[in-house]
Design a protein around this ligand. Structure first.
Ligand code: SAM
Length: 447
């Protein structure tokens, strides 16, 4: 009988994509994938280390999995992803019941690690580099959705922002060949996928070794050429995330204006509105540089939805610095904002800074900024009432049996009444109500 593997995924879309690729490889090696830790012979936790809380979650989860099957000596437990890469073999002493530590670039070697454990080595690890010839193919059955596909175009990070662990957990930037990305999208289109997300820590830093696949396309940067080449595949909806401000070229907006299938959403994390803090964060851009890029987004001939990330309470952040962040948020008027309290990550330059912002100040600032953003978001969302949005129906709503849920091209969550057979269809929904972080409406027809 085939061994069953269950992978539980934490963190960003890159981890979701790694899980999909790991599952594809495991199935090819003769394993069966299952959807619950209770049914599995091998449990893998694909982990995130961006903030301390995410990292702690993993160890709690390992405890729960072992506690549910205290006498099962055959159960193999592995930690993969960012925590595995960073903590390495020390995971074995922190959590002695872990059998495998699988780094971020070892996704295609998991089956041989499992075999080694089965043959009697109780603790195995692989923190090595990706093989050059590693396949990025993902079998459709392993994708997280039958309608929306994540396509990694670049992995790793060269930016070394002083707060961020990613360059250490995911290594240097490495771009996938454009020809491979294009053929993956063509395949997905023929399989009926309606939407793709080009993903990476910094998608707009895309820099492949050759121009193959984008050579016939205009554009100020390889990413702009890739956007136009991907648009030319005719895939119905194309989104991309995350963009890095310093590498955000205005030609990205021009490409969106030229191609209706490049969706009207840009995620551009700013992190802070204060030049002093941006410098300490080593972001490589000033507030004014960022605002200049936002101006191009706001002046686009298409109405583009804008979202961002902000870190509150970076070491040394004063009340004045925080006020500048509030002002920037009021100026940018984000459709959505992801707020994070600064979390010290050991090994990063910011970890040695001593001007720590007390937890209660971080909380107070967090709540204030959230209130400011909510007020702006309410206005933006209310403006959608009466408008008709094109929505890809993704699934039934978890809150109501009669409602469906999907995303608009501007990446808003939209709920509306409808029957399950519409899943996977793109439909027109007229918005009747604005809620916190979502819109509600009624369907007008399918496209
Ligand atoms: N590369 C993108 C950028 O910085 O422009 C985003 C990638 S990061 C994995 C996702 C978000 O997590 C960041 O934008 C940041 O707001 C947040 N983050 C990263 N490190 C953090 C830390 N040490 N404490 C709190 N939030 C953090």
């Amino acid at each position: 009988m085939k061994s069953k593997v269950y992978i539980e995924t934490f963190g960003c879309q890159m981890n979701v994509a790694d899980t999909e690729r790991a599952a594809t490889g495991l199935r090819q090696s003769g394993y069966e994938m299952c959807s619950s830790a209770d049914d599995a012979d091998v449990v893998l936790l694909n982990t995130c280390s961006v903030r301390e809380r995410a990292e702690r979650k993993v160890f709690t989860r390992i405890g729960e999995i072992r506690a549910a099957r205290p006498n099962d000596r055959n159960l193999v437990v592995g930690v993969m992803g960012c925590v595995a890469q960073l903590e390495g073999q020390s995971i074995f002493s922190q959590s002695p019941t872990v059998n495998m530590v699988i780094g971020t670039r070892a996704t295609d070697r998991i089956s041989s690690l499992i075999e080694r454990v089965r043959e009697g080595e109780r603790k195995v690890s692989d923190l090595g580099e990706r093989r050059e010839e590693e396949s990025w193919d993902v079998s459709p059955v392993e994708r997280h959705s039958p309608h929306v596909a994540f396509i990694p175009i670049i992995e790793g990070c060269n930016k070394f922002c002083s707060f961020c662990i990613v360059p250490y957990s995911r290594g240097r930037e490495r771009s996938r060949p454009a020809s491979e990305i294009i053929s993956e999208i063509q395949k997905l289109k023929s399989l009926g996928y309606k939407e793709v997300h080009l993903i990476g820590q910094n998608v707009n830093s895309y820099r492949p070794r050759t121009e193959q696949g984008i050579e016939g396309y205009p554009g100020a940067t390889p990413f702009c050429r890739l956007l136009r080449a991907v648009a030319a595949t005719g895939m119905q909806r194309i989104k991309f995330t995350t963009s890095f401000p310093r590498d955000f070229h205005p030609d990205i907006v021009s490409a969106i204006e030229e191609h209706p299938n490049l969706c009207d959403w840009i995620h551009l994390p700013v992190q802070s509105g204060s030049d002093r803090i941006l410098k300490a964060m080593r972001r490589g851009h000033k507030r004014s540089d960022y605002l200049e890029k936002i101006e191009r987004v706001k002046n686009s001939t298409r109405q583009l939805s804008l979202t961002s990330d902000i870190i509150i309470g970076f070491p040394g952040e004063t009340e004045d610095d925080f006020r500048e962040t509030i002002e920037l948020v009021e100026q940018c008027r984000y459709d959505s904002l992801y707020l994070f309290k600064y979390s010290k990550r050991s090994g990063t330059p910011a970890a040695s800074l001593s001007a720590i912002v007390p937890e209660e100040v971080k909380t107070q600032r967090f709540l204030e900024l959230e209130r400011v953003h909510r007020r702006i978001q309410e206005d933006i969302y209310r403006d959608y009432i009466g408008r008709t949005l094109s929505v890809l129906v993704e699934r039934q709503s978890s809150r109501s049996e009669t409602d469906l849920v999907g995303h608009s091209t501007c990446h808003k969550v939209v709920n509306f009444p409808g029957s399950g057979d519409l899943e996977g269809e793109v439909v027109d929904v007229t918005i009747t109500e604005a809620k916190t972080n979502s819109l509600y409406g009624t369907m007008r027809g399918s496209n």
